[in-house]
Design a binder for this molecule. Sequence first.
Ligand SMILES: [Zn+2]
Length: 118
Amino acid sequence: MNGDEMRKRWSVMSEEVISGMAEWRQQHPKATFREIEEEVDKRLSVLRVRMISDAAISSAQAEWEQGSRDAVCPNCGAKLVKKGKKKRKLQTRGGQEVELEREYGVCPRCGQGIFPPR
Ligand SMILES: [Zn+2]
């Protein structure tokens, strides 16, 4: 995913957050401050997680592509063998789980599986 694709995707999503929230507000004219806050947080957190995972995936791809010749094992320095994509779960600071699909490599010398970069 390049910068333009990300920008498009995120602006579509933020547009959805904004219009969804405006709609919700109309449907909940008597919502309390707390309820409004929760609703905004809930909607923004979807966007937040998406932005984090898109951005993380794109840097993982960039690093692998750029360093495909020197994607090496941190233990022994052997060149990693690509093993396709694997899913990996990471936690955001907000405690949400983000699933990243990233290129996965295995070290032919020590057999360690690695997601470059971390
Ligand atoms: Zn190794």
